[in-house]
Design a protein around this ligand. Structure first.
Ligand code: 1GP
Length: 245
C-alpha cells in the first residue's frame, strides 16, 4: 500500500509555520544526477517535474531516473495530460482558475482521469493562477489564457477564494518560469489572508531574499526552477534560508 502523505505533510508544515522548498525540473533540461544530489544535501522538500512544453525530453524517463536517485518525493506539475508518469509520488491536478480556457479547467482532466485513477499517484487538486509578470510567459501562451494583472490583488483574492470554495486543496500563484517580476508581496499577502488552504508561490524567484520575502508575505511552499538551472548553489542557499524561518 503506497502512503499518500505529501498533502498531509504540506498541511502539517503549514500548521507548524514551517516553509517548504520545491525545485522544479524541466525534463528538456534534465541532464545529470548532480542537481538531485544537491537537492538531497540541501534538504529540498519536493522535486516537481513538468513544463509548459517538452521538446526533446522524455517525461517518464526523467521521472523514473529521479525516483531511482532519491527518496525526496516527486510531484508532477503537468503542462498538459501527456505529462503523467505513474512512477511519481503525486500530481498537482491543476485547474487553471485564472483563465477561461475550459480545456484547462476540466477538459484535460477528463482525458487524464482514467489513467490517474488506475495509478497510485496521490492526487492534489490545485487552483493554478497565472499572474502577469511584465512579458508574456510560455505558460500564458501555451494555455491560451490571460494572466491576472499583477496589480489586481482583488481579482487574485476572489479567484483564490472561489478555488477554495470549489474544494481545491492548494492555491499556486505563478508568475511563470523565468519571470522578470515575481508575484508581488502585496498580492501574496492578500491572497493568503483570504484562504485557509496552503499557498504555493513560484515564477522568477532567483535569490534567497526573494524567497524569504515571498514566505514572509504568506507563501507556504516556494518553487524554483529557472534560477537553479543557471546556478545550482542556489539550491542550498534558498533551502537553508527558508528552512530557517
Ligand atoms: C514555473 O513557478 C515555476 O511554473 C517556477 O518558476 O522557473 O521562474 O523558478 P521559475
Amino acid at each position: 500500500m503506497i502512503q499518500k502523505t505529501i498533502y498531509s505533510s504540506i498541511l502539517k508544515s503549514k500548521k507548524q509555520g514551517k516553509k517548504q522548498f520545491a525545485i522544479l525540473i524541466d525534463p528538456d533540461k534534465f541532464e545529470s544526477s548532480k542537481i538531485i544530489k544537491l537537492a538531497e544535501t540541501a534538504g529540498v522538500d519536493f522535486i516537481m517535474v513538468g513544463g509548459s512544453i517538452i521538446t526533446n525530453g522524455d517525461f517518464n524517463a526523467c521521472v523514473e531516473t529521479i525516483k531511482q536517485l532519491t527518496n525526496i518525493p516527486v510531484v508532477l506539475f503537468p503542462g498538459n495530460s501527456l505529462q503523467i508518469s505513474k512512477s511519481a509520488d503525486a500530481i498537482l491536478l491543476l485547474s487553471l482558475i485564472s483563465g477561461r480556457n475550459a480545456d484547462l479547467l476540466i477538459g484535460q482532466h477528463v482525458i487524464a482521469a482514467p489513467l490517474l485513477k488506475s495509478s497510485q499517484l496521490e492526487i492534489i487538486p490545485t487552483g493554478y493562477m497565472l499572474i502577469e509578470s511584465g512579458t508574456q510567459t510560455a505558460a500564458s501562451y501555451m494555455s491560451n489564457t490571460l494572466p491576472i494583472p499583477s496589480q489586481k490583488d482583488d481579482i487574485a483574492m476572489s479567484t483564490a477564494m472561489a478555488g477554495e470554495m470549489l474544494g481545491l486543496k492548494l492555491i499556486y500563484l505563478d508568475a511563470g518560469s523565468g519571470a522578470e517580476n515575481g508575484v508581488t508581496e502585496s498580492m501574496i499577502r492578500k491572497v493568503k489572508s483570504t484562504i485557509n488552504i496552503p499557498l504555493i508561490i513560484g515564477g522568477g524567484i532567483n535569490t534567497p531574499s526573494k524567497a524569504i520575502a515571498a514566505c514572509k508575505a504568506g507563501a507556504d511552499v516556494i518553487v524554483v526552477g529557472n534560477a537553479i538551472e543557471k546556478n545550482t548553489t542556489l539550491i542550498k542557499n534558498i533551502s537553508s534560508a527558508i528552512h530557517k524561518l
